[in-house]
Design a protein around this ligand. Structure first.
Ligand SMILES: [Zn+2]
Length: 196
């Protein structure tokens, strides 16, 4: 089914809708590349922080990843953690329509998990704004933090969002024939499989 808007790009509406359409069509590849660089850099920071604590045996408060060594406020600012969680949520959601079939299921899984991760950060941010903490804790505390320490918990959260994103990217770049036929972007490495 070919929509007239797709057949005649000049017929597409102006403004946000066509911008959104382009992000999930001709711009999907570039947008995903830029987004994945941000995601991988952030996840690497969490891995470095875990290395600093578990291998180098640094005290948790001193273990601030790479950027955090130069800019400690980056790690100790709740609003930046919340902002990043929000960027992740909006980024995954914005780029979802470009995914079809199997890759879409995995990308959607990342979106659902990131939605919960973002709620946890919103709870932390809310405690900073309200000036009082939950659960009688001396520091802002999220729900699952009642069972797992913050460093390990957020390394886990970022990992369980990252892994389905990577699986989705794999199926997006190497789609099966039916999925390839429905893609509107140029992300697939073998787009001609669609003609099978
Ligand atoms: Zn794409």
């Amino acid at each position: 089914m070919a929509s007239t808007a797709f057949t005649h790009p000049q017929a597409q509406p102006d403004g946000a809708r066509s911008f959104f359409g382009k992000l999930n069509g001709p711009w999907h590849k570039r947008a995903l590349q830029a987004f994945m660089i941000i995601v991988i850099a952030h996840w690497a920071e969490h891995l470095v922080q875990a290395y600093q604590v578990y291998v180098l045996q640094w005290p948790v408060h001193q273990a601030r990843g790479v950027l955090g060594q130069a800019f400690p406020w980056l790690v100790h600012s709740e609003v930046l953690h919340y902002g990043y969680a929000l960027i992740m949520l909006v980024g995954i959601w914005t780029l979802l329509p470009g995914f079809v079939g199997r890759s879409r299921a995995w990308w959607l899984a990342a979106l659902v998990i990131q939605f919960w991760h973002h709620i946890e950060h919103a709870l932390l941010q809310g405690q900073v704004i309200a000036g009082r903490t939950l659960f009688g804790s001396p520091v802002p505390t999220s729900i699952v933090q009642l069972w797992f320490p913050r460093l390990e918990l957020h390394l886990f959260y970022n990992t369980v969002v990252f892994v389905p994103m990577m699986v989705a990217m794999y199926y997006h770049v190497f789609p099966g024939g039916p999925d390839a036929a429905r893609m509107r972007c140029s992300c697939a490495l073998h787009p001609h499989a669609a003609t099978n």
